[in-house]
Design a protein around this ligand. Structure first.
Ligand code: SAH
Length: 357
């Protein structure tokens, strides 16, 4: 049986048209059905109240709409909400919904676990399990839109569990579903793919005609230090990642997690600013989320501010990311890790950084 949620809207429409024709039903119904997958989603064919009842049951015989089951959710005092979903094979993945003014950003997962083992990352610590299917990635956005009090994303970041560009085939379809007006209709500039620097994936993303955004996890301004923090640096060294960023036809963002005493010295700021200037990148400084910190300590807020000023002094645009959901362990991989039992999260007010730029 075909799972319609694994298909881009245009492909789902084609499959439905063929089916409708074989059933002697009018072709326009295909568009009606596609609208109920993502744009005005319903959980089952039976709930597609704009279709005749007989057609709904024939659809249910021919197609599936796979669900993710919500295991648990938590709300932070800052409004951030975190959801743990269980997949058909028992794997658990996380999704975080982060409100900010008029915006609601979903941080979604693209893999169960992650192979890259970045030293400060909770997902890396659990190792790689498998790639997520299209419906398991886009389904995170759909499931939150199906809640009794629906959550509709205005922005998407691929900053949950996993490396999206190591699952490009599925992620590429998901990007279509997120952006297509027949899907979620989220503007491409509001969709950010975050990567450690998987070069073939960066090229593939750049070849898409939509203006999807690219964020690069840099985290260190030299190969020697980056190597220690991100083993993937052997395969995709800093210079190659910077060159790929420079070649990318749209503006990129550098992600830089602030690790106390490790990568937060003035010389690091100077070197990082030089790299950012080379590819006209915008720099996002991320306070370390302590739940997944594995022996690292966060750089104090006033030192992060000083680091940011130093970068700005080089003419580079920089922002300090607000740390959100610290009381609910909302960083990469932390909810799942928490269920397996590791260190407790800290209260949200421990960590009051503000957006600087
Ligand atoms: N694999 C991709 C996307 C998932 S991680 C990537 O690495 O970019 C999303 C971002 O969260 C990355 O920049 C990652 O380095 C960062 N991150 C991981 N653990 C963190 C922690 N404990 N505190 C703050 N940021 C963290």
């Amino acid at each position: 049986m075909i799972n319609l949620l694994d298909l881009a809207p245009a492909d789902a429409e084609l499959a439905l048209r063929a089916f409708l024709e074989s059933e002697g039903e009018p072709g326009y119904r295909a568009g009606q059905i596609v609208a109920r997958l993502w744009a005005r989603p319903v959980a089952t064919f039976d709930e597609m109240s704009d279709l005749p009842v007989r057609l709904r049951s024939r659809l249910a015989d021919a197609f599936t709409l796979a669900r993710l089951s919500l295991v648990t959710s938590q709300a932070s005092t800052d409004g951030t909400r975190k959801f743990l979903f269980q997949l058909a094979d028992g794997q658990m993945i996380e999704t975080v919904a982060i409100p900010d003014g008029d915006r609601l950003t979903f941080c979604i997962s693209s893999q169960a676990g992650c192979a890259l083992r970045c030293a400060f990352c909770a997902t890396g610590a659990m190792g790689f399990v498998r790639n997520l299917a299209v419906h398991e990635i886009a389904g995170q956005v759909r499931e939150l839109a199906l809640l009794t009090d629906p959550l509709r994303a205005t922005n998407i970041v691929f900053m949950g569990m996993g490396e999206p560009l190591m699952n490009w085939k599925a992620v590429s379809h998901v990007l279509t579903i997120l952006n297509d007006p027949k899907g979620f209709g989220i503007g491409a500039r509001h969709i950010t793919v975050s990567t450690v620097g998987v070069l073939p994936g960066i090229i593939a993303l750049g070849e898409r005609r939509e203006q999807f955004r690219l964020a690069l996890s840099i985290h260190a301004p030299s190969d020697a230090l980056r190597q220690q923090l991100m083993p993937v640096n052997t395969k995709y060294p800093l210079a190659d990642v910077i060159a790929a960023a420079a070649a990318f036809d749209r503006r990129v963002t550098f992600e830089y997690v602030m690790l106390g005493g490790v990568n937060d010295q003035p010389a690091h700021a100077d070197a990082l600013a030089t790299l950012a200037r080379e590819c006209q990148a915008f720099v996002n400084l991320i306070p370390l989320h302590p739940g997944g910190s594995m022996g690292f300590t966060p750089t104090p807020p006033q030192e992060i501010a000083r680091f940011a000023r130093r970068i700005r002094g080089h003419g580079v645009e920089v922002a300090i990311r607000k740390s959100r959901g610290t009381d609910i362990a909302a960083a990469c991989g932390q909810l799942r890790v928490e269920r397996i039992g590791r260190r407790p999260p800290r209260p949200a007010d421990d960590h009051g950084e503000v957006q600087v730029a």
